[in-house]
Write a protein that binds this ligand. Sequence first.
Ligand SMILES: C[S@@+](CC[C@H](N)C(=O)[O-])C[C@H]1O[C@@H](n2cnc3c(N)ncnc32)[C@H](O)[C@@H]1O
Length: 279
Amino acid sequence: MTTDHDTTFEPFASHAFYREINRELVYRALSTADAEQPTWATRRVVDIACGTGAISGLVVGYWEEHGKVGELIGLDPSDSALQRARRAVQSRFARFVQGAAESLTSLVSAADVVLFCNALHLLEDKGRVLAQVRDTLNARGIFAFNSSFYEGAYAEGTQRFYRQWMVRAMQTVRREHPEMRTDRNAKVAAMRWLSADEYRALLAENGFTILHQEERTADLPLESWTDISGYTDFAEGALPGIPLKVAVPALQKAVREVFEEMQLTAVPRKWFQVIAQRA
Ligand SMILES: C[S@@+](CC[C@H](N)C(=O)[O-])C[C@H]1O[C@@H](n2cnc3c(N)ncnc32)[C@H](O)[C@@H]1O
């Protein structure tokens, strides 16, 4: 089990668009649960892959804004991320537990809402985890997830940007390290991006009804692309087989150049956002 926390995602997650997209999903999930069971006094919410607590903080914020009380359980395999989450989300409603999504049913039960933000795409066996989410939820419980790493995440008209970016990055790598080659087998199958249709099919197979789904577009400025270049999972996926200390600066340099050449101020990117209910 991973105990070290990879902090490379945090600069990307600190952008305003990131908070807004997740806030929309989390608030919609919690208000849907409230509408389903208006008489329940307390909600039990599980935040899978909570990391340093960005999503958990939104849940507590929702309860504060709406004068509600609840019990929030944040789960993550990384002990150091959980320590940071405990500091960031100081609420008597929240507690943080070490564990992977694959062990969900042995860690929590009887949840009203399960959230899984920006991480479901990382899992190898998504079906196995969705079955556990279903078993963890109370009848008519709500499951919400999102991802911007799915087949379809590239907004229309942005393919050229990605192509140019990767060509430029590889040119930089080759110039500085002529011996290096990308290795398409270096990236594990877990990172194959599923399509929205594949996610919908997995949800149906595992006993969920979709209540709301959208492909939400956000305009990402240059700084967010340089930040995502520094995220380990992203850099390994973009330039598989190239060591991170070479891949990250190459991606960052290339994206700055492509923004300038194509005279871009932002590049749109899509998030697949889903609210589903245990049937
Ligand atoms: C990109 S961060 C997302 C953090 C947060 N949910 C958000 O939306 O900002 C991915 C998180 O997934 C966690 N993670 C990776 N593998 C996991 C697994 N098998 N089960 C649960 N969490 C996992 C990592 O430790 C990391 O904190």
